[in-house]
Write a protein that binds this ligand. Sequence first.
Ligand SMILES: CC(C)(COP(=O)(O)OP(=O)(O)OC[C@H]1O[C@@H](n2cnc3c(N)ncnc32)[C@H](O)[C@@H]1OP(=O)(O)O)[C@@H](O)C(=O)NCCC(=O)NCCS
Length: 153
Amino acid sequence: MSDVHLRAMEERDLDLVAAAELELFSEPWSRRLYEEERNRTHDRCYLVAELNGQFVGWAGLSTGAGEGHVMTLATLSAFQRRGIGRLLLAGLVEAARALECTKVILEVAVSNSAAQALYRAAGFAPVGVRRKYYERSGEDALVMILTLEEYDA
Ligand SMILES: CC(C)(COP(=O)(O)OP(=O)(O)OC[C@H]1O[C@@H](n2cnc3c(N)ncnc32)[C@H](O)[C@@H]1OP(=O)(O)O)[C@@H](O)C(=O)NCCC(=O)NCCS
Protein backbone atom coordinates (compact mmCIF):
# COMPACT_ATOMS: atom_id res chain seq x y z
CA MET A 1 0.00 0.00 0.00
CA SER A 2 1.66 3.17 -1.17
CA ASP A 3 -0.06 5.45 1.36
CA VAL A 4 1.04 3.38 4.37
CA HIS A 5 4.31 4.36 5.91
CA LEU A 6 6.41 3.16 8.81
CA ARG A 7 8.10 5.25 11.45
CA ALA A 8 9.70 4.69 14.83
CA MET A 9 7.25 4.20 17.69
CA GLU A 10 7.09 7.32 19.84
CA GLU A 11 5.86 8.12 23.34
CA ARG A 12 2.66 9.60 21.88
CA ASP A 13 1.78 6.21 20.31
CA LEU A 14 1.84 4.21 23.52
CA ASP A 15 -1.77 4.79 24.63
CA LEU A 16 -3.04 3.65 21.23
CA VAL A 17 -0.72 0.64 21.18
CA ALA A 18 -1.70 -0.41 24.71
CA ALA A 19 -5.42 -0.09 23.87
CA ALA A 20 -5.00 -2.12 20.67
CA GLU A 21 -3.04 -4.77 22.59
CA LEU A 22 -6.16 -5.37 24.71
CA GLU A 23 -8.22 -5.94 21.61
CA LEU A 24 -5.80 -8.07 19.61
CA PHE A 25 -3.86 -10.17 22.12
CA SER A 26 -5.08 -12.58 24.79
CA GLU A 27 -1.95 -11.85 26.85
CA PRO A 28 -1.60 -8.11 26.19
CA TRP A 29 1.55 -6.15 26.91
CA SER A 30 1.22 -3.10 29.15
CA ARG A 31 2.03 0.50 28.26
CA ARG A 32 4.89 0.33 30.78
CA LEU A 33 6.44 -2.65 29.00
CA TYR A 34 6.33 -0.78 25.71
CA GLU A 35 7.96 2.20 27.38
CA GLU A 36 10.80 0.02 28.64
CA GLU A 37 11.25 -1.71 25.30
CA ARG A 38 11.20 1.52 23.35
CA ASN A 39 13.88 3.05 25.57
CA ARG A 40 16.33 0.28 24.64
CA THR A 41 17.27 1.96 21.40
CA HIS A 42 20.63 0.16 21.06
CA ASP A 43 19.14 -3.33 20.60
CA ARG A 44 15.46 -2.78 19.86
CA CYS A 45 13.38 -1.52 16.96
CA TYR A 46 9.74 -0.57 17.52
CA LEU A 47 7.74 0.68 14.55
CA VAL A 48 4.26 1.95 13.90
CA ALA A 49 2.40 1.90 10.59
CA GLU A 50 0.32 4.91 9.57
CA LEU A 51 -2.29 5.10 6.84
CA ASN A 52 -2.91 8.71 5.84
CA GLY A 53 -1.47 9.75 9.18
CA GLN A 54 -3.66 7.36 11.19
CA PHE A 55 -2.15 4.69 13.44
CA VAL A 56 -3.02 1.28 11.97
CA GLY A 57 -0.43 -1.17 13.28
CA TRP A 58 2.82 -1.73 15.10
CA ALA A 59 5.72 -4.17 15.45
CA GLY A 60 8.81 -4.70 17.56
CA LEU A 61 12.14 -6.46 17.29
CA SER A 62 14.81 -7.26 19.87
CA THR A 63 18.33 -8.22 18.86
CA GLY A 64 21.29 -9.94 20.46
CA ALA A 65 24.13 -12.25 19.49
CA GLY A 66 23.46 -11.71 15.81
CA GLU A 67 19.84 -12.80 16.09
CA GLY A 68 16.68 -10.76 15.71
CA HIS A 69 13.55 -11.72 17.62
CA VAL A 70 10.09 -10.56 16.58
CA MET A 71 8.56 -9.38 19.84
CA THR A 72 5.21 -8.22 18.53
CA LEU A 73 3.42 -7.44 15.30
CA ALA A 74 -0.20 -6.44 14.74
CA THR A 75 -2.55 -4.60 12.43
CA LEU A 76 -5.76 -3.04 13.73
CA SER A 77 -8.69 -5.31 12.83
CA ALA A 78 -10.33 -2.82 10.46
CA PHE A 79 -7.12 -2.55 8.42
CA GLN A 80 -6.10 -6.19 8.12
CA ARG A 81 -5.49 -7.90 4.76
CA ARG A 82 -4.20 -4.73 3.12
CA GLY A 83 -0.50 -5.51 3.25
CA ILE A 84 0.25 -3.60 6.46
CA GLY A 85 1.50 -6.65 8.38
CA ARG A 86 3.77 -7.53 5.46
CA LEU A 87 5.16 -3.99 5.44
CA LEU A 88 5.75 -4.00 9.21
CA LEU A 89 7.51 -7.36 8.99
CA ALA A 90 9.71 -6.06 6.18
CA GLY A 91 10.56 -3.07 8.39
CA LEU A 92 11.65 -5.37 11.21
CA VAL A 93 13.76 -7.47 8.88
CA GLU A 94 15.42 -4.36 7.53
CA ALA A 95 16.14 -3.26 11.11
CA ALA A 96 17.57 -6.70 11.90
CA ARG A 97 19.95 -6.39 8.97
CA ALA A 98 20.97 -2.90 10.06
CA LEU A 99 21.70 -4.30 13.54
CA GLU A 100 23.90 -6.98 11.93
CA CYS A 101 21.66 -9.97 12.51
CA THR A 102 22.04 -13.03 10.33
CA LYS A 103 18.66 -14.51 11.20
CA VAL A 104 15.31 -13.56 12.65
CA ILE A 105 13.33 -15.84 14.96
CA LEU A 106 9.79 -15.68 16.27
CA GLU A 107 7.16 -17.61 18.16
CA VAL A 108 3.58 -17.75 16.95
CA ALA A 109 0.60 -19.54 18.50
CA VAL A 110 -0.06 -22.86 16.79
CA SER A 111 -3.68 -21.74 16.23
CA ASN A 112 -2.72 -18.39 14.66
CA SER A 113 -2.98 -19.39 11.03
CA ALA A 114 -3.17 -15.77 9.77
CA ALA A 115 0.18 -14.81 11.31
CA GLN A 116 1.77 -18.10 10.26
CA ALA A 117 0.67 -17.44 6.66
CA LEU A 118 2.20 -13.97 6.82
CA TYR A 119 5.50 -15.31 8.13
CA ARG A 120 5.64 -18.19 5.68
CA ALA A 121 4.94 -15.81 2.79
CA ALA A 122 7.94 -13.75 3.95
CA GLY A 123 10.22 -16.80 3.95
CA PHE A 124 10.11 -17.88 7.60
CA ALA A 125 10.28 -21.64 8.09
CA PRO A 126 9.02 -23.63 11.08
CA VAL A 127 11.83 -25.18 13.11
CA GLY A 128 10.16 -26.43 16.26
CA VAL A 129 7.51 -26.05 18.92
CA ARG A 130 7.72 -24.52 22.39
CA ARG A 131 5.27 -26.40 24.57
CA LYS A 132 2.82 -24.32 26.65
CA TYR A 133 4.59 -21.13 25.62
CA TYR A 134 1.54 -18.96 26.33
CA GLU A 135 0.97 -18.83 30.06
CA ARG A 136 -2.71 -17.95 30.14
CA SER A 137 -3.97 -20.33 27.49
CA GLY A 138 -1.28 -22.99 27.84
CA GLU A 139 -1.08 -23.02 24.06
CA ASP A 140 2.03 -24.19 22.24
CA ALA A 141 4.05 -21.84 20.04
CA LEU A 142 5.50 -22.66 16.66
CA VAL A 143 9.07 -21.39 16.34
CA MET A 144 9.91 -19.95 12.93
CA ILE A 145 13.21 -18.73 11.53
CA LEU A 146 14.24 -16.56 8.63
CA THR A 147 17.82 -16.71 7.41
CA LEU A 148 18.37 -13.19 6.16
CA GLU A 149 20.09 -14.07 2.89
CA GLU A 150 16.90 -15.94 1.94
CA TYR A 151 14.56 -13.02 2.59
CA ASP A 152 12.80 -11.73 -0.49
CA ALA A 153 9.61 -9.83 0.38
C1 LIG B 1 -1.27 -11.48 11.64
C2 LIG B 1 -1.55 -10.04 11.28
C3 LIG B 1 -0.46 -9.16 11.86
C4 LIG B 1 -1.53 -9.90 9.73
O1 LIG B 1 -1.60 -8.51 9.43
P1 LIG B 1 -2.24 -7.98 8.06
O2 LIG B 1 -1.94 -6.54 7.97
O3 LIG B 1 -3.65 -8.39 7.96
O4 LIG B 1 -1.38 -8.82 7.02
P2 LIG B 1 -1.17 -8.53 5.46
O5 LIG B 1 -2.40 -7.90 4.89
O6 LIG B 1 0.11 -7.81 5.28
O7 LIG B 1 -1.04 -10.01 4.89
C5 LIG B 1 0.12 -10.45 4.23
C6 LIG B 1 -0.05 -11.92 3.90
O8 LIG B 1 -0.16 -12.68 5.11
C7 LIG B 1 -1.12 -13.75 4.94
N1 LIG B 1 -2.31 -13.49 5.76
C8 LIG B 1 -2.55 -12.42 6.53
N2 LIG B 1 -3.73 -12.56 7.18
C9 LIG B 1 -4.23 -13.76 6.80
C10 LIG B 1 -5.41 -14.46 7.12
N3 LIG B 1 -6.34 -13.97 7.96
N4 LIG B 1 -5.60 -15.67 6.57
C11 LIG B 1 -4.69 -16.19 5.71
N5 LIG B 1 -3.55 -15.55 5.34
C12 LIG B 1 -3.32 -14.36 5.89
C13 LIG B 1 -1.47 -13.71 3.46
O9 LIG B 1 -0.51 -14.48 2.77
C14 LIG B 1 -1.32 -12.24 3.15
O10 LIG B 1 -1.13 -11.96 1.80
P3 LIG B 1 -2.44 -11.76 0.84
O11 LIG B 1 -3.37 -10.83 1.54
O12 LIG B 1 -1.84 -11.18 -0.41
O13 LIG B 1 -3.03 -13.12 0.67
C15 LIG B 1 -2.96 -9.61 11.75
O14 LIG B 1 -3.89 -10.62 11.40
C16 LIG B 1 -3.05 -9.35 13.24
O15 LIG B 1 -2.73 -8.25 13.70
N6 LIG B 1 -3.50 -10.35 14.03
C17 LIG B 1 -3.66 -10.19 15.47
C18 LIG B 1 -2.33 -10.05 16.18
C19 LIG B 1 -1.41 -11.22 15.88
O16 LIG B 1 -1.83 -12.37 15.86
N7 LIG B 1 -0.12 -10.91 15.65
C20 LIG B 1 0.89 -11.89 15.37
C21 LIG B 1 1.47 -12.40 16.65
S1 LIG B 1 2.72 -13.64 16.36
